[in-house]
Every structure is written in C-alpha cells, then in structure tokens.
Design a protein around this ligand. Sequence first.
Ligand code: SF4
Length: 368
Amino acid sequence: MQIRRLSICNQFKCIGAACPANCCQGWKIPLDYDTYIKYLQEKGFFGTKLRVFLRRNEDTAEFRSVLGRCPFWGSDHLCEIQKKHGIEYMPAVCVQFPRQLYNLGFFCEETLYLACPEAARFFLQYVEADGPFDCIVMESEVSYEVNTTNDDEAFLNYLIKSREELAGMLRTGMDFSSMAILTYGQEAQNACLAGAALPSPVNYSEECYQTSPLGCVGGEYYQINVREINQLLFDGFYHPNLRVTSNLLYKLCKRYIREFAMLSRINPQAADKKLSALQKGLYQKVPSLGKILNRYFEYYLLTNFLDIYEDYCFTKCLRFGIVKTKMLLLFLALYAERKDSMEMAEIAKIIAIYERRAPHIKDALSKK
Ligand code: SF4
C-alpha cells in the first residue's frame, strides 16, 4: 500500500508528563473489540479496576470518564495502563493519537491531529519558517482498516487535484475566507457531477475573479456575525460540562457570552462592532496572525478535504473549514483580550484545546 505521510508526523514526539493538555482530556476513550476482550480477561486488582471503568453500549465500549478525563490518567500525568503493561496494552485509539491514519483503499494518508499541543507546536514552527507541509511517499503494509465504503478512484484523484489547486490559491495570497474559495468548491462540484474537468484556479485570482454562482463578487469575504456565532455556540459547541472537561475553553465561552452574546440581545450592531474591534486588536498583538490562519485552513484541507469522498459535497466541507478557522480566531482573540501580546506556545495551546471541541461546530452548521 502506498502511504503518503506528512513530514510533520516524523518529527513528532510525545512529551508525556510535560504536556499541558494530555490526550484524553475532554474526550471519551472508545475501546476496540480486541482491547475490550483483553481487559475483561485481565486478572488481579488491575483487572478489577479496568472492569469497574468499562462501559458497554449497544455496539461500542468505552472507559467511563472521571472528571472529564480517562480514569487511568494518573496524578503524575502519565497513563497507568502504559506504565503497567506497555504501549501495546493500551486501547488502539490511544496508541494512534495524535496520528490521523486514513486508509482510502487505493492509498493511505497519515497526518497529525492538532488537538495535541505538541503537534500544534510543530504546525506553528512550519508556519513561522514558511515551510510547505511536505508529504513523504512510501510503500508499506498497513495495520489500520479501510475507512471508506467508496471505491470511485477517479473521483478520489479528482479530489486530490482539487485540493492541490485550493492550496495553490492560498499560497498565491488568497485569504482563507475569500468567497472565491467557496465558489471554486461549488464549481468543482458542479463540474464533477457533470463529468467535466476541474475549473482552473486562474479564474479565481484577484484580477480575474469577478462574479460567482453564489452571487458574490471578487474581494468579498465570508463573514460570521455575533448572532451566527451564538447559534454555533449554543447549538453544540458550548456545554456547561466544559467547566470540567476543558476549563480554559469554558472560561473563554463564558467571557464571550458575557461580553458579546448578551449585548447582541439588546443591540446586535454594537455586539458586531465590538467583536470586530476585538479581532482587529489580535492582528496587532500577533503580526503573523493572517499567515497562521491561512496555514491553519490549508492544514484543514490536508486533513479533512478528502471527507468529500463520502458525501460528494464540496461546499459543506469548505464552509466548515472556513467557519472553523474563524472560530479559532475568536477564541484566540478572547484569550488575548487582556494581554499585550501572545506567545506561540499560548497559540499552540488554544489550537489544541479548541480542536477537541471544534467537530461540534460541524454539527451546529448542519442544523442551520
Ligand atoms: S496530547 Fe500529544 S504531547 Fe500530550 S500526552 Fe498526548 S500525544 Fe503526548
């Protein structure tokens, strides 16, 4: 099998107890079947402890969460299961994390989830160095299963080409929130359904891009106002339980609710204006912010664009990426509100904790 691995994966090394947001914080730990059976058969006190925290649902099994964390995450910030029996004894999901292993049947892609602060730190190093997210291609056997039911190879190749063209548009200076990105996606989808070739990215450059099927003109940007953010927040992203699972994110959500959501109820325009000032302030505190957000969206394309292989919906995927990037901007701005500047380590930490909750934005968008 051909494996296409981002070079960032080879550089990654877990920092263990020194990690500011360990792997299992804020997530349930699903157990694969083999691990579940193995834990049922474990003998002695440790076996009893494993079974106390096992929970079996209809088709799945998981560890019960204790204070928003895996019950085997110790006070020394290390995994008790790994310490006792080694890495092979851990659930498959824990062994894999933060690697995202995507077997598409014809080839595999390997990337890193930015929900790991160390992966987010490496990501920011690439951004600072202006380096490309290189892909290392190799042939090897893979142990992970095929993740798709689709076997339309021509469409998969179409998606790969389309992703390269979108990344190229970003690299030539287009902002991630330019409506040209969505327009390209819409036209690529139409062309694909009509069996035609991909639209040429040159039609979307600043000079050539004039009108779009979505009714937007060149230079327009995808905007989300406070009312829309409220909807995204209250339709899935925010939950009072965040206080336990991700206290920093909880505090940032509460700050947003106090300062923006409540104001928007009595004066939506004033709330939008205040939000715009908050975000502009962040651009001054972090001069490379524009570059960071653009590369974050580019990374999203590398890790999520092939999700289209399942539903053939370009616009849905691109819209989620743009909104996800805009919401990251919001949380970075809220974090930096009372600070004069923001260090790269702080940005990496916010990216990591935000990434753990960001899939809820997708759910909220689908309700709109
Ligand atoms: S989140 Fe990343 S750095 Fe932290 S413990 Fe997990 S793998 Fe290691």
